[in-house]
Design a protein around this ligand. Sequence first.
Ligand SMILES: Nc1nc2c(ncn2[C@@H]2O[C@H](COP(=O)(O)OP(=O)(O)OP(=O)(O)O)[C@@H](O)[C@H]2O)c(=O)[nH]1
Length: 308
Amino acid sequence: MVTTVQSSNTVAFPTPKSPGNRKRTEAIRVEQHAELRLQLSNILQTTLELPLVLQLFFDEVQRTLSIDSLTYRNSKLTSNIELGIGARHNCHYKLVTNKDSLGEVAFSRGKRFSEKELQLLEMLIGCLICPIRNSLMYREAVQSALRDPLTGSGNRMALENTLEREVALAKRHNQALSVLVVDIDKFKTINDNYGHTAGDYVLKDVAHILTLCSRETDAAYRAYRFGGEEFVLILNNTEANGSAVVAERIRQYIENMTTTFEENSLNVTVSVGVATLEDEDDMATLFSRADKALYQAKREGRNRVVNA
Ligand SMILES: Nc1nc2c(ncn2[C@@H]2O[C@H](COP(=O)(O)OP(=O)(O)OP(=O)(O)O)[C@@H](O)[C@H]2O)c(=O)[nH]1
């Protein structure tokens, strides 16, 4: 990207000598700042992806000020976004609009920040507010399109996106990958005996257990709702033995779980099919092997784990 933003480490403005000079210098400074802000705003408008907005901002700020790292924190994100390498001197800012808190941005470097540099930084951060707000809104929109509204798990589209990516990554890096398909046993009887709302509570509890039993991942979701009462877990870096342990843990947790709905205590069990990626697998065959294992578990009496 072409930019004419000043590239020196510090910001040098002419030293004022007389009141006339001072006024002229101030006018030049205001003009330079306006130009800088305009350029920065134009650059930040080129994307809605939050990490990229921050990377562009960091690159542009580094052209103007000597900064070693930028960290962005927001409780809505699962992890902080960190650019560069942290150093001794820090300054941080809360990003707020009239309505929203947009998180916090921190900068660091080896040398103290001067007052003038902090002023310049604050002015530049002003250009970051709208792009961050837009990126967070975009992120929220994308996530809600991929979220199952009842359970908060990923939906089928999210599952397909993630599984495709994880299969490609596992193959490229020659790493293990396992898939668990978890289906509630005789779920229809819950609906029939206690009503659909009771069934919904059970689905939420099962989704919660699945999230607790799966390990932290970089993916936006840890569990996916594939259909009515069927859920999927993607376990990266997990061999067949490890995935069987996770599956059995889930089965036991759910067997011991009680959902309380009105004055009823509801208990369910699950059947689980497990498959681990093999050389000849693609996303579809991996999933289909796990699904077949699930149906075998159902045929063999339910409340059990079957490894493909
Ligand atoms: N409460 C509730 N029920 C749902 C939802 N989606 C699907 N279902 C119900 O899930 C039930 C699935 O029933 P079946 O496919 O017969 O399976 P099952 O009773 O679990 O039996 P097996 O899988 O063979 O053990 C049906 O009664 C659906 O109406 C939902 O979002 N909420």
